[in-house]
Design a protein around this ligand. Structure first.
Ligand code: SF4
Length: 86
């Protein structure tokens, strides 16, 4: 299981989630290449430990456990996975 970042993050990229993630699996960070160009942040599904810390930290409620992603935002599940296949 993993958490997934969905549509409300687009063009927000608050990064509060990045600050609370204990395993640094949310990218790009502000200090990483590609942050300015990224439309949203993404959770690495292979590294996420499902701790849930990011979900309440997000000011726009963009983060959900994979199995609880709202139907209208299910397309963001492969969007998060695919970011780390590059
Ligand atoms: Fe990081 Fe925990 Fe959120 Fe997974 S659930 S992205 S490990 S803060």
């Amino acid at each position: 299981m993993t958490y997934i970042i969905t549509e409300p993050c687009i063009n927000v990229k608050d990064t509060a989630c990045v600050d609370v993630c204990p395993v640094d699996c949310i990218h790009p960070r502000k200090d990483e290449e590609g942050f300015a160009e990224a439309v949203q942040l993404y959770i690495n599904p292979d590294e996420c430990i499902d701790c849930g810390a990011c979900e309440p930290a997000c000011p726009v409620a963009a983060i959900f456990p994979e199995e609880e992603v709202p139907e209208k935002w299910k397309s963001f599940i492969p969007v998060n996975y695919d970011y780390y296949k590059k």
